[in-house]
Ligand binder design. Structure first.
Ligand code: ZN
Ligand code: ZN
Length: 275
């Protein structure tokens, strides 16, 4: 039986305003049924280079209206937060949100913006085409981009820190055990320490059948703990039924990597909840 968590919240939630399946209100209702005390919405920021995955510019305004409406309507019943998952190259206004997740889904290569949150075959092609088949060089380029997040915005949470490991259980695109790979990830974490306070244990790839474990890998979790980052557990939810996917296990994972608390967002700001 599922152990009851002390406080259930998901801050990484997509809805039908971007590439999620459900309306924000349906997502909220299902989360409520599952015992959540709070939900934060994080629509994909408008990306002129990826209109099919992001909210439109007009949609972003409607999204704001709707989330603000839900905040009021459910006041006292469920805490609702108005957030955004910002892709690093989105050149948009970031003011007015309750919180911001900073994510890298694209790399800037020359004058091109190249998608990397893609099926393994496409990622193979990216590595062959832009990195001469060198998966490690690709991984390094990714982490160098992650390290630049603070130049683009004042983010609260680092989104799926090692997203490039999405296919690692099925496809060897680079060696995640290699020292050089690990150093690239750790260097990015060191560059972000003190600049972005939180990262997420992100279970989205489990819900979607790509993986059996969340992002980031345990070695990186231990480093993030050493560097003083706070952990937030999120399901990067695109389907309301999966809003609590792997949450209990993620708490255990955090504990096993030395964390004493997870963080949740309340009206007064981020607060620790003992694990
Ligand atoms: Zn993302
Ligand atoms: Zn997301």
């Amino acid at each position: 039986m599922r152990k009851k968590m002390s406080y259930l919240q998901n801050l990484h939630t997509h809805s039908s305003y971007c590439d999620g399946m459900d309306t924000p209100e349906r997502m909220l209702m299902i989360a409520k049924e599952k015992g959540f005390q709070s939900i934060g919405f994080s629509g994909h920021s408008y990306m002129y280079y990826a209109p099919s995955h992001s909210m439109t510019e007009a949609g972003t305004k409607l999204y704001e209206q709707e989330i603000r409406y839900l905040k009021q309507r459910y006041d006292g019943i469920m805490d609702v937060f108005y957030g955004l998952e910002v892709d690093i190259f989105s050149d948009i206004d970031l003011t007015g949100y309750d919180y911001l997740i900073g994510s890298v889904h694209y790399l800037k290569i020359g004058d091109k913006i190249v998608g990397i949150d893609r099926p393994a075959q496409i990622v193979h092609e990216v590595i062959d085409r832009y990195f001469r088949g060198d998966g490690l060089a690709y991984a390094k380029a990714f982490y160098q981009t992650v390290a630049q997040l603070p130049e683009y915005g004042n983010f609260d949470i680092i989104g799926h820190f090692d997203l490039i490991t999405k296919h690692m259980e099925k496809e060897m695109l680079f060696d995640t055990e290699a020292k050089e790979y690990r150093w690239a990830a750790i260097e990015a974490a060191e560059a972000l320490a003190g600049k972005i306070p939180y990262f997420e244990v992100n279970t989205g790839a489990i819900a979607r059948g790509f993986r059996t474990t969340p992002y980031p890998q345990p070695f990186l979790l231990k480093e993030l703990n050493r560097l003083g980052f706070g952990a937030v557990i999120s399901s990067d939810c695109h389907d309301a039924r999966q809003v609590d996917c792997y949450f209990t296990e993620s708490e255990e994972l955090l504990k096993s990597c030395g964390f004493k608390a997870q963080y949740v967002l309340k009206k007064e700001g981020f607060v620790p909840i003992e694990l």
